[in-house]
Design a protein around this ligand. Structure first.
Ligand code: UD1
Length: 341
């Protein structure tokens, strides 16, 4: 049985991927600092799968703690989710992002290399495409960054590429996520942002559940059919399955590979609101306001490469994403309960 280390495995995408890994028969060790996640997510993953997850509260900046983990277990690969991801916070506190995301990943790679564990799946982001000139976006499109968060994602990709060039025995898959939303169909695990959500779907579900009065739609004058910005929303379960396919790909010694994980379908903010209303029967109170600085007009994937090389394709539609996100929010209006101490 293969043993995988999942960094950030208690988070939104991490917990869903841990569940898929367990269901596929992997042994999973989760390492998470619980800064933006709760251990309760993993307890629920255990309940849903009937399997156990080994959890260690270790930070990427704790080299000794990580080294201990790599001594204790014999990992076949690492899925590296751990990192900070709030754009605004990264602008206010860039060093925090450079330290956690960049230094943290350098530490992880260093510890992995010393333990001769050289298979990694990395959580990158469509943020590396900035405000793309053409859509759908293939992987060889120009890349850039517009904020410290995006800088860290792009530079980790460069760092991993250089590492793999220098030491060809490494196999690394960098997965560029589009907009992950939705939740496991049970409604037991889902996205649990702290404070006011930055992202659209959790904001919509919090309006629906009555925690927020109204949604601000950032910009109604974009050059798009309905004037609102277009994104590629992808169900978190589809995204998680993509990680398992990427792990399988690493077994073929591909070196450094990069894949878009998106549906290939662009949806506007108003499309998402309409899909949510249709899926749930709940009307969303919204108002069109100014654009949010730094937002792209439109951004959706060309997922052909992942389809051809991983045999992966997103299957769940926008309404399913909305229904599942709502099911999670409704069952857990305040997110996960705080961890017992
Ligand atoms: C954002 C980040 C991106 C990051 C991703 C995952 C920015 C500029 N980009 O992507 O770097 O990789 O999250 O965490 O923050 N919207 C509203 N009202 C809201 C919230 C969002 O209208 O209250 C709109 C946005 O303007 C955008 C769309 O909804 O057009 C999606 O926004 P969001 O969910 O924040 O994702 P991105 O901005 O695409």
């Amino acid at each position: 049985m293969k043993t995988i280390l999942v960094t950030g495995g208690a988070g939104f995408i991490g917990s869903h991927t841990t569940l898929e890994l367990l269901n596929a028969g992997y042994n999973v060790v989760v390492m998470d600092n619980l800064r933006n996640s709760k251990e309760e997510a993993l307890r629920r993953v255990e309940d849903l799968t009937g399997k156990s997850v080994t959890f260690h509260k270790v930070d990427l900046l704790d080299v000794e703690g990580m080294t201990r983990l790599f001594t204790e277990y014999s990992f076949d690969g690492v899925i590296h989710f751990a990192g900070l991801k709030a754009v605004g916070e990264s602008v206010e506190n860039p060093l925090l992002y450079y330290q956690n995301n960049l230094i943290g990943t350098i530490n992880l790679c260093d510890v992995m290399g010393k333990a001769s564990v050289k298979n990694m799946v990395f959580s990158s982001s469509a943020t590396v495409y900035g405000d793309p000139q053409t859509n759908p976006i293939p992987e060889d499109s120009p890349v850039t960054f517009v904020n410290p968060y995006g800088f860290t994602k792009l530079n980790i990709e460069y760092m991993l590429r250089d590492l793999q060039r220098a030491e060809p025995e490494w196999n690394i898959a960098s997965l560029r996520y589009f907009n992950p939303v939705g939740a496991h169909k049970s409604g037991e695990i889902g996205e649990d942002p702290s404070g006011i959500p930055n992202n659209l779907m959790p904001f919509i579900t919090q309006v629906a559940v009555g925690k927020r009065e109204k949604l601000n739609v950032f910009g109604g004058d974009y050059p798009t059919p309905d004037g609102t910005a277009i994104r590629d929303y992808i169900h978190v379960v589809d995204l998680s399955v993509g990680h398992l396919k990427a792990l399988e790909k690493l077994e073929t010694d591909p070196g450094m590979v990069t894949y878009n994980l998106g549906t290939g379908k662009g949806s506007s903010v108003l499309d998402l609101i309409k899909a949510f209303e249709k899926a749930t029967g709940i009307e969303i109170n919204y108002e069109i306001t100014d654009r949010r600085p730094g937002d792209a007009v439109q951004c959706y994937a060309d997922p052909t490469k992942a389809e051809n090389e991983l045999g992966w394709r997103a299957e769940r539609d926008l309404e399913t994403m909305c229904r599942d996100a709502w099911n999670w929010q409704k069952k857990n209006p305040d997110g996960f309960p705080s961890d017992r101490v």
